[in-house]
Design a protein around this ligand. Structure first.
Ligand SMILES: Cc1ncc(COP(=O)(O)O)c(C=O)c1O
Length: 511
């Protein structure tokens, strides 16, 4: 076989500790069926603390709000309710869930597209509303007046920022009020002063670009000054989410794989994916065209580090080039951040049993591996994320007994040990169990350190954000994956169903 192309998952913290317990993992899947989602509430609490510590290092007051949309888990939300974090809700259901999980209204911000019902409950319960458009501002003010509701803590979500002196606008967004329309919007805010209390301005950009985000943050600081000129006194800048996860353990894996994808698109090496799929790259008469339609699975800075870099980024020359955090501090502005994906880094895994392993009919060297799960249960690829699953041989088999890549010590990315394990690495296609040609867990040919066997478990790391919940359904009446929360207590692992988890259960208090 040609040199294996690994995309080794970065597995750390609670997730790494769990994968070092293959007997437990297998017993959970045996009891609760494949696919099984595992969430790790302690990791979420630790991540929230790490984000909060970054604000602290910049001496900023503010709040880390978990963007609820990233996960449907009650356990994660309830654990976060037991920390200093807040929550950003983007639907009526999320708001109800957040209130029911213990978040008080002062820790909740309502964002995104809003129905009248969502707006009414947000206003009635006293949460902060980040208004998305002038139309929504009118609707909110009308509701507040019509139902004699208390004055509503309101933020303006802005978009369309331009760097001073540069004629490049940030990319077009469906969301937010264009900064160019700020003055008109402030006229409205002043008019609705009896019912609206303007507490801040906000942005959320769906980009990994630090420069675009720094431009937006500076734009928001300028907007706050414009508000003060109108004798409004908002004091919060909400910088949204998008801090990201670095999914891979090794940069070389990503560089090697993406170079190989280009070569495959140009036809200078065999295809790397089912049906010659090129993940956005194509060959146009010998020239590479298109762009990689993938999430950058390896990122130089992600999560709390990315927040740190953003806050440390220099402002434009007009504002003296001083770090953005220093400008916010100088005006005593609170900084709110809304990480979704990044707050759930290492907070969950999806486990799937290997159901069948066969040789392809064309006699090719790769193996066809069918899992007891469908692509929608493990939607990493749907979100553009490519990473290898971790193979956990069935305990009691000779593979499990062999001190191979996962057999000794805590699970670590380097333990893949290419070529050193048993019969060595294999290339596999991972199929789902739907009766559908397109049910591919990933289109990519995946390299594993050894051949999987029926009954083995593949653990897909880092699925808690978006991947485990966004697409899960019950196609062909296959059961939806169950979800369990796991945590360590007194040297052993404890678990319960996601919906049964409360911070009291965790503390071992009698229920
Ligand atoms: C307003 C808002 N805040 C936060 C987020 C979370 O983004 P991420 O999961 O990339 O951190 C989103 C995602 O769509 C959003 O729309």
């Amino acid at each position: 076989m040609a040199e294996p192309l690994y995309l080794r998952a970065r597995v750390e913290g609670e997730a790494a500790a769990l994968l070092a317990e293959p007997e437990l993992v297998h017993s959970l899947v045996d009891a609760l069926e494949s696919p099984l989602n595992v969430v790790l509430p302690e990791q979420a609490a630790a991540n929230a603390e790490e984000f909060g510590a970054v604000l602290g290092r910049h001496r900023l007051k503010g709040r880390v709000l978990f963007a609820h949309k990233a996960s449907a888990s009650s356990a994660l939300l309830r654990r976060l309710a037991d920390t200093a974090a807040g929550v950003d809700v983007a639907s009526l259901g999320e708001l109800q869930h957040a209130l029911g999980c213990g978040f008080t209204p002062d820790r909740i911000t309502a964002t995104g597209p809003k129905s009248p019902q969502f707006l009414w409950l947000a206003a009635r319960s006293g949460v902060t509303v980040a208004v998305d458009s002038a139309e929504e501002l009118d609707l909110l003010a009308g509701l507040l007046r019509g139902h004699a509701l208390p004055r509503c803590r309101t933020m303006l979500r802005l978009s369309g920022f331009t760097a001073p002196g540069v004629r490049v606008r940030s990319r077009l967004s469906r969301f937010g009020i264009p900064v160019a329309a700020l003055e008109d919007t402030l006229d409205r805010v002043v008019r609705y002063g009896d019912v609206l209390d303007l507490v801040g301005v906000a942005y959320h950009l769906d980009t990994t670009s630090l420069t675009e985000k720094a431009t937006a943050l500076e734009g928001c600081l300028r907007a706050l000054t414009a508000c003060r000129d109108r004798e409004l006194s908002p004091g919060i800048v909400d910088i949204g989410g998008g801090f990201g996860i670095s999914y891979l353990a090794h940069r070389e894996d990503w560089d090697t794989y993406t170079s190989a994808l280009s070569a495959a698109a140009l036809g200078t090496r065999p295809a790397l994916a089912w049906g010659g799929h090129g993940y956005g790259l194509r060959n146009d008469k010998g020239t590479l065209r298109g762009s990689l339609a993938l999430y950058p699975s390896w990122r130089p800075a992600a999560g709390a580090h990315y927040l740190d870099e953003l806050l440390s980024a220099p402002s434009s020359a007009q504002l003296g080039g001083r770090p953005l955090a220093a400008l916010a501090l100088e005006h005593l502005y609170d900084v709110h951040a809304e990480p979704g994906r990044a707050l759930l880094d290492q907070c969950g895994l999806t486990l799937a049993t290997v159901q069948e392993v066969r040789r392809p009919p064309d006699g090719g060297a790769d193996l066809w591996v069918r899992l007891a799960a469908k692509a929608d249960d493990i939607a990493l690829e749907e979100h553009g994320v490519l990473l290898d699953p971790v193979l956990l041989p069935r305990p009691g088999t000779s593979e499990a007994a062999d001190p191979g890549p996962y057999g000794t010590g805590p699970y670590g990315a380097d333990s893949y040990g290419a070529g050193s394990y048993g019969r060595g690495p294999v290339a596999v296609h991972l199929f789902g169990h739907l009766c559908l040609e397109t049910d591919l867990i990933t289109r990519r040919l995946v390299h594993l350190p050894r051949a999987p066997r029926p009954g083995d478990v593949l653990a897909f790391a880092n699925t808690a954000a978006y991947c485990m919940d966004f697409h899960a359904g019950r196609s062909q009446r296959h059961p939806a994956a169950r979800k369990v929360a796991l945590w360590r207590s007194g040297g052993s692992w404890k678990w319960c169903l996601d919906e049964a988890y409360w911070p009291t259960v965790h503390k071992g208090e009698p229920q």
